[in-house]
Structure formats: C-alpha cells, structure tokens
Ligand binder design. Structure first.
Ligand SMILES: NC(=O)c1ccc[n+]([C@@H]2O[C@H](COP(=O)([O-])OP(=O)(O)OC[C@H]3O[C@@H](n4cnc5c(N)ncnc54)[C@H](OP(=O)(O)O)[C@@H]3O)[C@@H](O)[C@H]2O)c1
Length: 210
C-alpha cells in the first residue's frame, strides 16, 4: 500500500515508518524536518508543517492511507496543533482523495466507562492537569469522526521506549491498563494495522495498551 505518516520524525512516527517499510509498503514521511530521517527504498521524504495548509499541498498525492502521529511539544500549553493540524491534514486528504485516515490520539480522551475504576480515576486526574491538550485533541477527534473518509482514532496509553511485546490489547472500548506503559513499537504496529487491515475498526475509536 501507499501510506503517508505525518509527524514522521516523532517517537511514534519513526516507528510507524520503520514498520511500514519492513512490511513492504511505499511510505511518504511528512515532517517539518524530513532530513532527520535516513533515506530508504520505497521511502519518500516530504517537508510539511501541518499548521499551514498551503505547505501540505501535494504531500499526500497518490497515498491510500494517512497516519497522523503529530503531537504538541508541551501538553500544558499545546496551542492548537491538534485541532488546526488535523483539520489541515483532513483537507489535504480530501483534495488528494485519500481513502483512510488514522489519528493517533490518547487514552486521556476516554470518558473512562470501559476502564477499571483505577484507570478511570487516572484518566480523570490527568484530564484535569492537561485540560488544554485534551480539549484541543477532542476537537481533532470530532473532525476526524465527521469526515466522509474511512477513519480510525487510536487512543494509546502512555508510551515508552522499550522492546515491543508483539502482543497487546487493542480494539473499540478495549479495557486497557492505563498505568502500564506500551512500547512505541507496539503502538506503531497498531496504527499500521488500523491503516492497512482491520475493516472492523473503521469508524471506531480503538484503545491500545496492555
Ligand atoms: N508519548 C506518549 O506517551 C503518548 C501517549 C498517548 C498518546 N500520545 C499522543 O500520540 C501522538 C504522538 O506522540 P509521540 O510521543 O510520538 O510524539 P512526539 O515524539 O512528540 O512527536 C510529535 C511529532 O509531531 C510533529 N509536529 C509537531 N508540530 C508539527 C507541525 N506543526 N507540523 C508537522 N509536524 C509537527 C513533531 O515534529 P518535529 O520532529 O519537527 O518536532 C513530531 O514528529 C501525540 O498526539 C501524543 O499526544 C503520546
């Protein structure tokens, strides 16, 4: 498949690019500083800032699925990166006739009803601390849900740079353990499955964790 990863230089984005190439896909890596990625067969590097729609024009041409791994540097002052950035990505997806859009969100957007009481408590407390980030991401999730493309929103628990387990819990309303971090690699695998497989996830919010 032809897949674009937006935010390809981030901790998750890099892993998504790596896994997609290893699985034989053609990958377009969109980033503010694409020169930070090593070149590879089947990899196109494209410069793009999601805060500028004009700057994204043409970046997604010929792509079948787009995975957004963008995120703000600071969760306490996230600005409008997610709401403006995802709006611009969606607009460019529409122009380029992209079929599927995957948004990496976070478990902090859950209302907690599918979680254990402890996980629900943690999500509520972190929502109070990171209110601005949750609010910005909620707008981005809503826009994703309103698109007429195939979409999947993936909400990971906290992510860590640790070896992939290769097995994890993922699915709509999956009861994930919020206090057990997931590896970036397992999260990347889940995002890729959402983009290339998993018809039952289309139009759904997928939790991923342990
Ligand atoms: N890390 C976690 O524990 C965790 C857990 C749950 C959910 N999440 C969410 O998952 C997403 C990815 O997380 P992550 O840890 O992989 O994030 P990250 O390492 O901070 O990467 C974020 C990416 O977004 C890019 N970006 C920021 N502003 C941009 C802009 N204006 N235009 C284009 N790209 C831009 C960054 O580009 P540069 O390289 O140029 O800065 C970077 O590639 C975020 O939304 C995060 O909130 C993360």
């Amino acid at each position: 498949m032809k897949i674009a990863v937006v935010g390809a230089t981030g901790a998750t984005g890099r892993r998504v690019v790596k896994h997609a190439l290893a699985q034989g896909h053609f990958v377009t890596a969109v980033a503010r500083h694409p020169e930070r990625l090593a070149s590879a067969d089947r990899l196109s590097l494209v410069r793009g800032d999601v805060l500028s729609l004009a700057g994204l024009t043409g970046a997604l041409d010929g792509v079948e699925a787009v995975i957004s791994c963008i995120g703000p540097e600071k969760n306490l002052s996230p600005g409008k990166l997610m709401s403006v950035g995802v709006a611009n990505i969606l607009a460019e997806c529409k122009r380029a006739n992209v079929r599927r859009f995957i948004m990496q969100s976070g478990i902090g957007l859950s209302d907690g009803r599918e979680l254990s009481w402890l996980s629900r408590f943690v999500v509520r407390i972190s929502g109070r601390i990171f209110t601005a980030a949750v609010t910005d991401k909620a707008v981005a999730e809503r826009m994703t849900q309103e698109t007429d493309m195939e979409w999947v929103i993936v909400r990971p628990v906290a992510l860590q740079d640790k070896p992939a387990k290769g097995h994890y819990t993922a699915g709509p309303l999956a009861r994930v353990a919020v206090l057990v971090p997931l590896s970036f690699d397992d999260c990347a695998d889940c995002l890729l499955r959402a983009a290339t497989d998993k018809p039952s996830w289309i139009g759904k919010i997928v939790n991923v964790g342990s």
